[in-house]
Design a protein around this ligand. Structure first.
Ligand code: M6R
Length: 615
């Protein structure tokens, strides 16, 4: 987690850094800070809380000196040391000569700190990061080496994960950047450079970027950039062109990114299938996995690894792959998989799913799977992020940047890509006829329009949210394709409204959760027309018999459930397998409206961050 930003060039750095931090706040918002190089000194401003708190604090300061053409900045998700002013980045070395912003964790910081304390260094914070600035200062002075060489030598001593940007008072026209395990991008402008944890703070200035690889560092000095490894091997960096558009990063008139992203789903689902299907010919083309497609086609088993909402998309995919493509599939939490000793056979295929492409547990699980000889495919949203770079092949979701911490459009885009993979596999394995494939693809092409129609439930969901906003708990129930959705619905309301919620397979209810049901327990049923409809209705009756408050997501025109449920939300009719695309919408909207009515910080819920880059 944490977002880092840097600027060196001919413009005032402060506004660029602050805007950059605002774009990266989804990565953490426990504190924010900036270091600016001015008149041969480094001025540091930092504050507990969001970037807006830092801006307010600096605005009211009479003795501020925020003018300067070089600077670094940070927005924090606390790991070592509680959120506070003193633990906010940037961290200065003891003399104030070196300033560092850091995303990651220095695992051997305690032993390094001990040695530095023995040498007389004093520490002001509880963070692991302060060790880096003091270590660089120590090496620079004792080994009498240049600033960038001191950074390099310091990094040889550091164990852990980092993306860092460093300033030195003695080298006012230099910025040093380095990466291992945490992402960092360098934007190349005209005689200026922009550094950030991802491309979102950079896109409005330049579309030319370099993604540093692990163990690489960049020295930006007097308008020139040099990339080398921390073992001192000079590299020829690959300059990529960014495809992202600046409008995608704005709220576009919506009060929250989450709501904007919910409403973007017809477009993001369409984009995720665009150019990949020809429904009338029953054809699918997935360029990103072509070179390894035999691994998928011949897989005896698929293992899906992911966390959070991406794990829920993986669970839906298990139902797709087994029911449609007849390939056994298991879905594992990446955080568990990485610490087990999992069995992987040569004819297994591993698929990792991640919106951010940076989730530490998913990346570690991917690496473990590769060490065990697996071929790994990725389904990721952020182009150029660490996970797609580490996989053998993959298919990007084209959801566009997802800023709201609660994942919405990324989920339905993941479903789209996983569904395409599944139909591709069913076609190659010839377990479906061409006619059946065409039928499924034609319905998939109809999904964006059906999602558009599902969005019309917004007003009725708002009214239901009004009635339920003060409830202390929620249960979500579904069967078949509805079960992963029940988990996802519960996660959404939990993370943004802070109401305790649990998702269960509806058939499991009588094995325990039904004991919780009384007149204060809302139970949300995914109750569309499906093969299991009657069973779900029976479960609903069981809840009603115990005075539970039933909220039912039903197929449009279902008059039967309307007689049973307290509240109904209608969604357009579709096949069982494509129901999750459409039924996601009311679940997302319910969480959104409950959270809004409770006055919660929807886009930046407490304790969370968008990219979980620590384990
Ligand atoms: O970027 P990833 O898809 O790998 O992230 C995984 C989870 O951290 C993420 O889905 C998280 O659960 C979201 N906050 C859910 O809304």
């Amino acid at each position: 987690m944490c977002g880092i930003v840097g600027y060196i060039g001919k413009r005032e750095a402060w506004p660029i850094l602050i805007k950059g931090l605002e774009r990266l706040e989804y990565r953490g918002y426990d504190s924010a800070g900036v270091a600016i190089m001015n008149s041969g000194a480094i001025s540091v401003y930092k504050k507990l809380g969001k970037v807006s708190e830092l801006s307010k604090f600096v605005k009211n300061k009479s003795d501020k000196n925020i003018s300067g053409l070089v600077g670094i900045a940070h927005t924090r998700w606390a790991t070592h040391g509680e959120p506070s002013d003193k633990n906010a980045h940037p961290h200065l070395s003891m003399s104030g000569d070196i300033a560092v912003v850091h995303n990651g964790i220095i695992e051997n910081y305690l032993s390094l700190k001990k040695v530095l304390i023995e040498k007389g260094f004093k520490f002001k914070s509880d963070t692991d990061t302060e060790v880096i600035s003091n270590l660089i200062e120590d090496i620079k002075k004792s080994a009498k080496v240049s600033f960038d060489e001191a950074v390099r030598l310091a990094l040889l001593e550091v164990v852990g994960a980092y993306a860092i940007v460093v300033l030195s008072k003695d080298d006012p026209n230099t910025i040093v950047v380095a990466k291992k395990g945490s992402p960092v991008v360098i934007g190349i402008g005209k005689e200026e450079f922009f550094i950030a944890s991802d491309a979102t703070p950079i896109i409005e200035y330049t579309d030319k970027v370099i993604y540093l690889d692990d163990n690489e560092m960049a020295i930006i000095k007097n308008g020139k950039l040099l990339v080398k490894t921390i073992e001192n091997e000079v590299k020829n960096p690959y300059i990529q062109k960014l495809e992202m558009k600046i409008e995608e990063l704005e709220k576009g008139g919506f009060p929250h990114f989450m709501l904007k992203e919910i409403y973007e789903q017809p477009r993001s689902i369409k984009d995720s299938m665009r150019g990949r299907i020809s429904a009338k010919d029953g054809m699918i083309k997935l360029g990103g996995i072509e070179c390894h497609q035999d691994k998928l086609i011949n897989a005896k088993r698929i293992i899906i690894l992911a966390c959070g909402t991406s794990w829920h998309a993986g669970l839906e995919a298990k139902y797709f792959f087994e029911e449609i493509a007849k390939t056994p599939t298991i879905v594992e939490y990446a955080s568990e998989f990485r610490y087990r000793n999992p069995v992987i056979y040569p004819d297994d295929l591993v698929i990792v799913i991640s919106q951010s492409g940076e989730t530490a547990d998913t990346l570690a699980a991917l690496k473990l799977a590769k060490e065990k000889g697996a071929t790994v495919f990725g389904v990721c949203n952020v182009v150029g992020s660490s996970i797609p770079r580490a996989t053998d092949a993959g298919v990007y979701t084209h959801a566009g940047p997802e800023i709201g911490v609660a994942s919405t459009k990324a989920f339905t885009a993941q479903l789209t890509v996983l569904f395409l993979m599944c139909i591709f596999l069913a076609d190659k394995k010839e377990v479906l006829s061409k006619k059946e494939i065409k039928k499924l693809l034609i319905e998939l092409e109809n999904i964006p329009e059906k999602v558009e129609k599902a969005l019309l439930c917004n007003d009725s969901v708002k009214k239901i949210a009004e009635k339920l906003k003060n409830m202390k708990n929620f249960i979500y129930l579904g069967r078949g394709y509805g079960f992963p959705l029940a988990l996802e619905g519960a996660l959404k309301i939990k993370e943004i409204s802070y109401i305790h919620a649990d998702g269960y397979p509806a058939g499991e209810m009588k094995h325990g959760p039904i004991a919780l049901v009384d007149e204060n327990m809302p139970v949300v049923f995914i109750a569309n027309h499906s093969a299991l409809y009657e069973k779900v209705v029976s479960n609903m009756m069981e809840v009603k018999a115990r005075k539970g408050v039933v909220v039912a997501i039903i197929t449009k025109g279902d008059t039967n459930i309307k007689k049973i449920a307290d509240y109904c939300i209608e969604i357009p009719e579709t096949t069982d397998v494509m129901m999750p695309f459409v039924a996601s919408v009311p679940l997302q909207l319910l969480a959104y409206h409950v959270a809004r009515l409770r006055g919660c910080d929807i886009d930046k819920p407490r304790n969370l961050a968008k990219s979980v880059t620590v384990e």
